[in-house]
Design a protein around this ligand. Sequence first.
Ligand SMILES: [Zn+2]
Length: 260
Amino acid sequence: MEQSEASQDAAIRQATQLLLSSRYVMAMTGAGISVESGIPPFRGPGGLWTKYGEPPMNGYQRFLEDPKRAWEERLSPTGPSQILKETIVAAQPNPGHLALVDLEQMGLLRCLITQNVDNLHRRAGSQNLAEIHGNTTLIRCIQCNARFSGDEVALDILPPPCPQCGGILKVDTVAFGEPIPPDVLQKCQEESARCDCMIVVGTSATVYPAALFPMQVHERGGTLIEVNLYESELTSMCHVSLRGPSGELLPQLVKMVREW
Ligand SMILES: [Zn+2]
């Protein structure tokens, strides 16, 4: 549902007032902001899983049963994994990612939770970032949770051992059936507990536990600002809904905050 220009302008004005009158603003992003950088979503129309089928729901169990095979598949991906890898390598942060960096640098945005694994928020320059589903460019030890960049880890033995503790290394992306890494989950919980205004961008907020954070902010009396092409499960809880691409709306929001 498109908003008229006048109602969109009023919504951006209202969102600006909310941001400027809140104590601890956070944002949470989902697939929608990555789609605007050319990365296909997993679910919904045009989604990789819609086209190729859902990956096995016991992905983590399969990793644990045969980590060597999982690593071999990662190093020579096929089908949807290959498409995802190639599009992520080619993708660039879009104006929506950059607007969130602007808000952080202005001191307004305190923390960003993302459900995306594509590294685009880091590449854009976001600092206080919680990647709740991991980051596909990083490698994580499933024993001590230390994270490494791809070039820090030798791959002559598969699975590669953790340089710090000798544990098994795995891609940081959280697999189906894998617990959210405790350090990230704790950060999300601590930050959300302080938050009184959350900007929810490009997510239908149906994947748990990520969906809980905006709901908790709402339940504690905080405000939610939705930036999404479509209505979502969260829309009825939001004080302001901005309908349209985040790459257009977030820069407009930054501009109005600057000029306020
Ligand atoms: Zn380790």
